[in-house]
Structure formats: structure tokens, C-alpha cells
Design a protein around this ligand. Structure first.
Ligand SMILES: NC(=O)c1ccc[n+]([C@@H]2O[C@H](COP(=O)([O-])OP(=O)(O)OC[C@H]3O[C@@H](n4cnc5c(N)ncnc54)[C@H](OP(=O)(O)O)[C@@H]3O)[C@@H](O)[C@H]2O)c1
Length: 277
């Protein structure tokens, strides 16, 4: 989803020669193939958006996620260092590298994941930074949260479709995050990290949200309002009654250099564009 948004932003710009191997063209967990690909193309920037993200599936069977989410970022840096490729590596990460807290997590906070998905992503960050530092490579770790995009149905689309069909939506009141439009994130990555230099390695890139974050119930109400349908269809629920695997109550504190629009305005805009309301 984010990969497709990035691809849309960069392919419309003639300054870039973009390679975008799909999973069936390049399985990143096949390390020899990955090395051969990097060696052949010598990229100036590598943006790794590939991940396994199904939290419940990963909790039951974590190995594939550790192979892709944890080992691949380390291999990317190790391969670039070994091949003496001075490309910049941009690794996508998540608020799920953190655990429960009522106040926002900053870029300086240490990872403290509570589920296997978060653990796999946190280890990916550690391996990437460790091999990149050893190889003197430039890298960025972009943590984001609750993405939505026209390229894949997410909470926003599932909620919108149910509300438009007059089906009730159970939305959690005790799960907080930072709803983020993947299109805005893609533009931020290109304009601030590819076209400019950024002083930090770890960047929290999200739409602007209140310091206390946004819960799914508030988000569903905002979707109902944008659609112009009754908010009575939105039912407040508890996370423990909806999710099999615990999700962290982790809110990110936005990077100072990140000027992505407000979460409500962005949700509104998305609904209007996609559902014509
Ligand atoms: N979605 C969110 O709400 C969210 C929130 C915070 C952070 N993030 C992070 O943002 C990044 C992008 O997430 P997303 O939502 O765009 O994910 P996504 O829609 O699930 O896309 C992941 C991509 O990875 C590919 N992939 C899976 N296994 C692969 C392999 N072995 N080799 C090569 N490609 C492989 C998938 O291809 P196939 O589908 O063909 O297998 C898919 O195109 C991830 O790092 C994620 O952790 C996402």
C-alpha cells in the first residue's frame, strides 16, 4: 500500500529512475537474490516498504515476520556496506515498536514492543542501524501509524462501507494511535528525505494529531461525519473484545520537521475523494 503510494509520487517525476520490484519479482528474504539485485542496480536510495503486518497471524507464527521485518533491514545495510554502495536506506517502521503509555513516544524513546509484530519491527530497526553504522551508511527509520490509502482497504474503508450500508461499526475507545494518510506520508518521504537531507535517523512521520492521539471510536465518528451518515451506527467497544492479540496504546510524537496535515481534515479529504461525499 505505502509502496504503491510512493511509486505514484516518484513515477510522476522525471528526475527519478525508479525500480519497484514486486514480491513475485524479488523475494527479499532470498538474500542471494537481494544482493544480486542491489549489485546490478546500485541504487542511490532504497525505500523498504515490504513487511508482514497481520498482527494476529504473526503472533501465531512469528518466523516469517522475523525473516522479513527483522532480518531483511539488517541484510539491506550489510549488503550495501559489503558492496560499498553508498545509497541511503529508508526503512519503514511502526508505533507498534512501543508498548502502552498515555503520553506520546518520542524518537528518543527505546523500543518496548508487546507483541510479535512489534518485536519483529523493533529488531529490524536495531539490525539496520547497527549494520548501517558499522558500514558508515546513511539511513532513516520512519515510524508511522494507522495508515490508510486508496490502494488497500483499511479501517477507514471498512468503516465507510459498513456505514454506507447502514451496518453498525464497533470501534474501540481504548485503543489510540495516529491515523495517517499514506499519500501524505509518501510525499513527505520524497520531499524531505530524498530531495533534502534530514539530521535525524529516526523520524516519526504522521498526520497531525492531538497529543493524546485519536481512538478508533473518534476516528469512526469522523468518518460518519465526513460521509454525512448518522453517528448512531458507531458503537463504542473495548479492544479486548475485538482483538485477539493485544495492540499497544502507543501514540507517536510527530517529528518537528513533519508538516503533514491534520488527521481529521485528511480523513475528510480521503472520504470525499473516494466515496464522493
Ligand atoms: N499499514 C499500517 O497501518 C502501517 C502502520 C505503521 C507502519 N506500517 C509499516 O509501513 C510499511 C508498509 O506497510 P503497508 O501497509 O504498505 O504494507 P502492505 O500493504 O501489507 O504491503 C507490504 C508489501 O510487502 C510485500 N511483501 C511481503 N513479503 C515480501 C517478500 N518476502 N519480498 C518482497 N515483498 C514482500 C507485499 O507483497 P505481496 O502482497 O505480493 O505479498 C506487499 O506489497 C511496513 O513496513 C509496515 O510495517 C504500516
Amino acid at each position: 500500500m505505502l509502496g504503491q503510494e510512493l511509486s505514484r509520487v516518484v513515477t510522476s517525476n522525471d528526475n527519478y529512475n525508479v525500480l519497484q520490484p514486486a514480491h513475485n519479482e524479488l523475494d527479499l528474504t532470498k538474500i542471494d537474490a537481494l544482493e544480486a539485485y542491489i549489485s546490478a542496480h546500485k541504487p542511490e536510495f532504497i525505500i523498504n516498504c515490504a513487511a508482514l503486518i497481520n498482527v494476529d497471524k504473526i503472533e501465531e507464527d512469528p518466523l516469517p515476520a522475523f525473516q522479513l521485518n527483522a532480518l531483511v533491514p539488517g541484510h539491506l545495510a550489510s549488503i550495501c556496506a559489503h558492496l560499498k554502495i553508498k545509497g541511503v536506506i529508508i526503512q519503514m517502521s511502526t508505533s507498534y515498536v512501543f508498548g502502552h503509555r498515555n503520553t506520546p513516544f518520542t524518537e528518543e524513546d527505546s523500543a518496548c514492543p508487546i507483541n510479535m509484530y512489534g518485536k519483529s519491527k523493533a529488531l529490524g530497526e536495531t539490525l539496520l542501524s547497527s549494520y548501517a553504522n558499522k558500514g558508515n551508511l546513511k539511513y532513516y527509520i520512519i515510524r508511522t501509524s494507522w495508515l490508510y490509502s486508496r490502494f488497500r482497504d483499511t479501517f477507514v474503508d471498512e468503516t465507510a462501507k459498513k456505514l454506507l450500508s447502514k451496518i453498525t461499526v464497533n470501534a474501540t475507545v481504548d485503543q489510540y494511535g495516529n491515523p495517517t494518510n499514506a499519500e501524505h506520508l509518501a510525499s513527505f518521504i520524497i520531499s524531505e528525505l530524498i530531495e533534502k537531507d534530514h539530521p535525524q535517523n529516526i523520524i516519526h512521520a504522521i498526520n497531525k494529531t492531538p497529543e493524546s492521539g485519536v481512538n478508533r471510536y473518534e476516528w469512526a465518528l469522523a468518518i460518519a461525519e465526513a460521509l454525512g451518515v448518522s453517528s448512531d451506527l458507531v458503537i463504542a467497544a473495548k479492544a479486548e473484545n475485538i482483538f485477539k492479540t493485544p495492540r499497544p496504546r502507543a501514540i507517536l510524537q510527530k517529528s518537528q520537521k513533519c508538516n503533514m496535515p491534520d488527521w481529521r481534515e485528511s480523513t475528510n479529504q480521503y472520504i470525499h475523494l473516494k466515496y464522493g461525499q
